[in-house]
Write a protein that binds this ligand. Structure first.
Ligand code: FES
Length: 279
């Protein structure tokens, strides 16, 4: 039985049993699944449903944080935690940290990856393809970042440093409604080799992240201005085809693989890049 059919059957049973929290939780996910099917015009796979469940668990955890800060919300928090348990019961067993680390190392060897900076997309494509349902993408990104920092030699850092110059790039981020959520600056050689998503995170600005390798599209941003200073394949080439503006500059980027153009930093002067998150 597909996961969608299982959820539908369990929803019917929850109604019969008058299991209120389960009924509400499953009804919500089934409504989301229905909308996604309409939007994408295709039948949903188990992986699609798993992604919906994980997204909902993340939203509920955020809601719980707000409720905890508000205080005196023990009953509401208990209900939200129950929903998380219900959703988790449909998820496949996830690999723990050590197992995920081992999987990454195995794939790096199997795929003959020698430089994660330029070949990260190859690894992420494999992880998000064959292993998507059993891995935590945040953990994967954390492990890759740690591995990357441990394997980057001091010489590599200084090489990047010598390639950059005097420019100051201001990056302004808007949410999906167009509201400004924050901005940061990249100067000279400072963090010039990092993705826009990583730079934003360092400055406390969240851009949604899932695959981290230019595959899933979760970190999609519209480039409102300053596209001439943006390099859409700074980390690795995105797997999704993205539009350009009339001047051939990126009109949309995947923030996990896009970065600041080294030439824009070397050129000097001030440039502002305005990005609007799609999600
Ligand atoms: S997080 Fe998947 S494409 Fe950027």
């Amino acid at each position: 039985m597909s996961l969608l059919n299982q959820l539908t059957s369990d929803y019917t049973q929850a109604m019969k049993d008058r299991a209120e929290t389960k009924k509400i939780a499953l009804n919500f996910v089934l409504a989301q699944a229905k909308q996604k099917r309409i939007d994408t015009q295709k039948e949903l796979t188990d992986d699609d449903i798993i992604a919906l469940l994980k997204k909902e668990i993340k939203s509920i955890n955020e809601a719980i944080s707000f409720l905890e800060k508000a205080g005196n919300k023990a009953d509401e928090i208990a209900i939200e935690r129950e929903k998380i348990q219900i959703f988790q019961s449909y998820l496949p067993a996830m690999l723990d940290k050590e197992q995920t680390k081992k999987l990454i190392e195995t794939l790096i060897a199997q795929l003959h990856i020698t430089d994660l900076k330029t070949q990260r997309g190859i690894l992420m494509k494999e992880l998000m393809g064959s292993h998507k349902s059993e891995i935590d993408s945040n953990l994967v990104n954390e492990l890759i970042a740690t591995r990357d920092s441990q394997t980057t030699s001091p010489d590599q850092g200084s090489e990047e440093k010598s390639q950059t110059g005097e420019g100051v790039i201001t990056v302004l981020i808007k949410d999906s409604t167009g509201k400004e959520v924050g901005s940061f600056q990249v100067k000279n050689d400072e963090n010039a080799s990092q993705s826009i998503q990583e730079l934003a995170a360092m400055h406390g600005i969240e851009i949604p992240l899932a695959c981290g390798g230019g595959v899933c599209g979760v970190c999609l941003c519209k480039v409102e201005s300053g596209g001439e200073a943006v390099q859409s394949d700074k980390i690795t080439a995105p797997a999704i085809s993205l539009p350009q503006d009339a001047n051939g500059n990126p009109a949309e980027i995947l923030a996990c693989v896009a970065g600041i153009k080294t030439e824009a930093l070397k050129k000097g002067g001030n440039t502002t890049i305005v990005l609007q998150k799609a999600y």
